[in-house]
Design a protein around this ligand. Structure first.
Ligand SMILES: Nc1ncnc2c1ncn2[C@@H]1O[C@H](COP(=O)(O)OP(=O)(O)OP(=O)(O)O)[C@@H](O)[C@H]1O
Length: 119
């Protein structure tokens, strides 16, 4: 039990580190809070809020994997290395894909409701 609580603590340290040090993480969190607030204000059904939530957490998790990979690569290869570049670029590409997916989901679920309100 104590081991479980300790591993939660390290995990929370990891989340805290990413939130404190990564500008992109701060931007993702701000966007996530905005999107969820709009979803709640628009009284979206629970299933759509769940889709927004899954989408948001995918972006946050991808950003954290990216941060972890950057740290691991820097630990192994502080100097220029083509494989380091590939690893970092591919990880950054994965974050970009999740962010594009988030934009698509927001467009499909939120935009039609906002459009209805504006008309
Ligand atoms: N050791 C390296 N060898 C080769 N290219 C690297 C190396 N480190 C970084 N790069 C290149 O620079 C880019 C930026 O790397 P960096 O580690 O600065 O991450 P970042 O995208 O600036 O993230 P953050 O701002 O969150 O640290 C990488 O995507 C990669 O193309």
């Amino acid at each position: 039990m104590l081991r479980l609580i300790r591993s939660f603590r390290w995990a929370i340290h990891g989340i805290g580190y990413a939130c404190r040090t990564q500008l992109n993480m701060k931007i993702h969190l701000l966007a996530a809070a905005l999107v969820m607030a709009v979803g709640l204000l628009l009284q979206m059904p629970p299933i759509e809020l769940a889709v927004l939530s899954i989408t948001i957490f995918m972006v946050l998790a991808a950003e954290m994997f990216n941060t972890a990979l950057e740290a691991a690569v820097d630990l192994v290869t502080p100097e220029f290395n083509l494989l380091a570049k590939i690893a970092k670029d591919v990880a950054a590409g994965a974050v970009l894909l999740t962010a594009l997916n988030a934009l698509l989901v927001a467009y499909l679920l939120i935009w039609p409701r906002l459009w209805d309100l504006m008309r």
